[in-house]
Design a protein around this ligand. Structure first.
Ligand code: SAH
Ligand code: SF4
Length: 353
């Protein structure tokens, strides 16, 4: 008999599994706490369950972590794991520590079908979607490494935030991503608050409202250009969903979440392509037109072997930021983290090459 993996089941699905082996529903609640609050992977150690029940659970179920293939820590303490799943497929997960907290950057697909020209992941094509369990277990691996079990109170934890900004386009895999984020934010388990989770998308317009209606997490849009002509050159997805469609979908997100729930527009600074004062002016006009509660995140381009773009100069990035700020938008410049171990944005991949 094949055993059922428990990581990634919704609360209702877990209850159904427990019922199917003839146990009472409250056992599912206990099991949920062992798995997601305490991080336990061994049924034998679940001390408030009887010996017989522990044996029965082990007979029917598994609680699996992905295999850690390699693990690297950069000079700035950014921590990257290359993880392998049961079928041999690999992805990367990154922990980006700040002073007294930090974000875990999780992947949602093996490769990515969007194929943005500046992105290392996008140069790899898509192999498959990750399951909800595979998405959730990335965060659990990070918690294992820092010993943050049982779930600490939100003020005292180092792994405080989640950014869905690793490999893959989350809204090409919305069902599994939604299921995973519901598990990760569940108050009786891992309990990362929805205000501390950010989903970043290249702009799959019809799915964007789901981020508000199904999840209520923060939204980031990879915009990267002030008009369709330029955006299509670097992001082929723009021919499918143009800027107008994406920004209208953002309005729907804010209709549900409220105007004060700012949307972050990520803007990659590419030398002599989108980094001039004219580009900044056009971007500001675009934002004013759609009346969004918006802020920017200016991203210095992280080169990778074989890419065709160059990062903008520091001066240009700062001038660009000042123009956006003068127009009333926050526009911090992202500090690249973990570059020496290829853990920075757009550098993740599934093969060592
Ligand atoms: N697929 C989603 C989420 C993952 S990418 C998306 O595109 O939004 C996370 C962020 O890294 C995106 O804003 C992406 O545009 C950016 N990125 C990709 N390649 C990069 C590179 N080489 N340097 C810096 N940022 C990059
Ligand atoms: Fe995919 Fe995001 Fe990379 Fe584009 S930037 S190829 S959407 S992972």
């Amino acid at each position: 008999m094949e055993k059922t993996e428990l990581i990634g089941l919704s609360k209702d699905e877990l209850a159904a599994q427990i019922e199917a082996i003839g146990e009472k529903p409250f056992r599912a609640k206990q099991l949920w706490q062992w798995i997601y609050y305490r991080g336990e992977t061994d049924f034998e150690k679940m001390s408030n369950l009887s010996k017989d029940l522990r044996a029965k659970l082990a007979e029917h179920f598994t609680i699996t972590r992905p295999k850690i293939v390699t693990e690297q820590i950069s000079s700035d303490k950014t921590h990257k794991w290359l993880l392998e799943f049961a079928d041999g497929q690999r992805i990367e997960t990154v922990y980006i520590p700040e002073e007294d907290r930090g974000a875990v950057c999780i992947s949602t697909q093996v490769g990515c079908a969007v194929g943005c020209r500046f992105c290392h992941t996008g140069s790899q094509k898509i192999t498959r979607n990750l399951t909800a369990g595979e998405i959730v277990s990335q965060f659990m691996v990070a918690r294992d490494a820092y010993g943050e079990w049982p779930s600490p109170t939100s003020e005292t934890r180092y792994l405080s935030n989640i950014v869905v900004m690793g490999m893959g386009e989350p809204l090409h895999n919305p069902d599994n991503v939604i299921k995973a984020l519901k598990i990760l934010s569940d108050g009786e388990g891992i309990a990362i608050s929805k205000r501390r989770i950010t989903l970043s998308t290249s702009g799959i317009a019809p799915k964007i409202p789901l981020v508000a209606t199904e999840l209520g997490v923060k939204l980031a849009i990879s915009l990267h250009a002030p008009n369709d002509e330029k955006r299509s050159q670097i992001m082929p997805i723009n021919d499918r969903f143009c800027i107008d469609e994406v920004l209208k979908a953002c309005q729907k997100y804010q209709d549900v979440m409220g105007f004060s729930r700012m949307i972050t527009f990520e803007y990659l600074m590419l030398k002599d392509f989108n980094d001039s004062p004219e580009d900044a002016k056009e971007l500001i006009a675009l934002m004013k037109k759609y009346k969004l509660g918006a802020k920017f995140n200016l991203i210095p381009f992280n080169p990778w072997p074989g890419c065709n773009y160059q990062p903008s100069s520091n001066n240009k990035v700062h001038a660009f930021s000042r123009m956006l700020e003068a127009a009333g938008y926050e526009a911090p410049i992202r500090v690249a983290r973990g570059q020496d171990i290829l853990a920075a944005c757009g550098q993740l991949k599934s093969k060592n090459q």
